[in-house]
Ligand binder design. Structure first.
Ligand code: ADP
Ligand code: MG
Length: 221
């Protein structure tokens, strides 16, 4: 079992959107996937309830995360954890229990600043769990713009943490698909978004399987 957590105390950076799409992508390729929503707003739990096929098993858990993971570890290949917009105990626990923590960040200096306390939690968790992988995910961005390049520079300078090679662009498809509890891959006419999610899922899977890369520096260019 591998645990993949999406965390950033900045609300609205795209955690739930990314995690729903990734969980559906993994499950539709045949992996047994559980999504644990630890955010009392329950965005990902409620969204996944809209679809009736139970493709991604979904539960809520606001405490005792460690015990919950122990209960399910033999049943799933991947457990995704969505987190609340607070760098609190729940988020700290989710990060500490993870194989990989992914921090979505939007292309705004304000968003980069407010990622600081999540980065601190990751640094603390690494003291106890040195194998923890952690990456920024450029989220809702316009790729290959000057702004995106500047964002990467600022992230590198401030936090010295890796950035996933695959960004998620700002696209209407990400909003539209969730109306039906679908991923963008399940929409017609959303080929570019679907490709992004497919590539991102592959990138994450490879990182988790390999336990990181020998040169774990920034990958996005
Ligand atoms: N890649 C994207 N493109 C366009 N809109 C997005 C994207 N990711 C998220 N959104 C929208 O941004 C808002 C916040 O996203 P959400 O996933 O709820 O963030 P969080 O879980 O971090 O609070 C939602 O309205 C969502 O539809
Ligand atoms: Mg959310």
């Amino acid at each position: 079992m591998k645990v993949i957590t999406l965390a950033n105390q900045k609300g609205g950076c795209g955690k739930s959107t990314a995690i729903i799409n990734l969980a559906i992508e993994f499950a539709s390729k045949g992996d047994r996937v559980l999504l644990i929503d630890t955010d009392p707003q329950r965005s990902s739990y409620d969204t996944l309830q809209i679809r009736k096929d139970n493709l991604v098993h979904t539960i809520v858990a606001y405490s005792n995360l460690y015990e919950t993971l122990g209960k399910f570890e033999d049943q799933y290949e991947y457990i995704f954890i969505d987190t609340p917009p607070h760098a609190d105990e729940v988020m700290a626990m989710a990060i500490a229990c993870s194989d990989i923590v992914i921090m979505p960040v939007q292309d705004s200096p304000l968003d980069i600043m407010s990622t600081k306390s999540t980065v601190e939690l990751v640094r603390k968790a690494k003291e106890l769990n040195p194998g923890l992988l952690h990456y920024f995910l450029l989220s809702r961005i316009q790729p290959r713009t000057v702004l995106a390049k500047e964002l990467v520079d600022i992230l590198e300078r401030n936090y010295k943490m890796g950035i996933l090679k695959t960004p998620l662009s700002n696209r209407v498809a990400y909003k539209y698909s969730l109306i039906y509890g679908n991923s963008v891959s399940e929409l017609r006419n959303a080929a570019q978004a679907a490709q992004e999610i497919k590539t991102l899922a592959q990138e994450i899977k490879e990182l988790v399987k390999a336990g990181g890369l020998p040169d774990d520096s920034t990958k996005y260019r």
